[in-house]
Design a protein around this ligand. Sequence first.
Ligand code: ADP
Length: 235
Amino acid sequence: MLEVQHIVKAYGKQLAVNDVSFTVPNGEIAVLLGPNGAGKSTLIKSMAGLLRYKGEVLINGEKNKTAKARRDLGYVPEMPAVYDLLTVQEHMEFIARAYRLENWEADAAQLLERLEMDTKAHKLGKELSKGMQQKLSIACAMLPKPQVLVLDEPLVGLDPHAIKELKAMLREWRDAGHTLLLSTHMIDSVEQDWDCAYIMMLGQLKAVMRREEETESDTLEKLFFRITEGEVAEA
Ligand code: ADP
């Protein structure tokens, strides 16, 4: 479970996240929607403990800065950060050692295969394209099987196969009881792969829609444009 409680984050005088709260229970995929600059990345970096902020983020009830919470939280940054001089396979080994994983080799092989990175196992980080780095970053975050996985704009830069495979993996994780949150500024990219949607705008949480509330006349897309473009989009 992921609990975000009254998060406030300013960069100087610029308020990027303004008192945002929500809870994503186990076994759900939540999407964080909003146009560029809405505050999604800032909120996610706060969850990952990379920024100073006001408020509280709880991972399975534990504050996100504790060792237990860190172990239970996986984070895929918007900009993949891979090690230039480690190969893809060495990245997997590095994560396995850092998290003291046992019998991880088959999981790593399966992740790399599903993301079509198995043929790149011996390539160095610096030799990978941006999309390949993104896939490696996803594999690194998923290898320890964190209970909560947060992905910042994970679909940007991925090829269609990887998008399809990542969505399938997220659904499998959801069905296995994990908690998932992904952000996107592209409303059409989420399709039906969500249980609850949070729409942010100008640092604030403007609307929440649960999947079962969506009707033909009241779709998530319509709600999104109503909020981000005003009532005009409805006409
Ligand atoms: P999103 O991820 O929804 O595109 P961000 O969280 O990146 O939004 O940005 C929210 C607001 O905070 C924007 O107005 C952006 O310009 C500002 N911002 C983001 N990062 C910084 C930073 N490091 N320094 C100053 N302002 C920032």
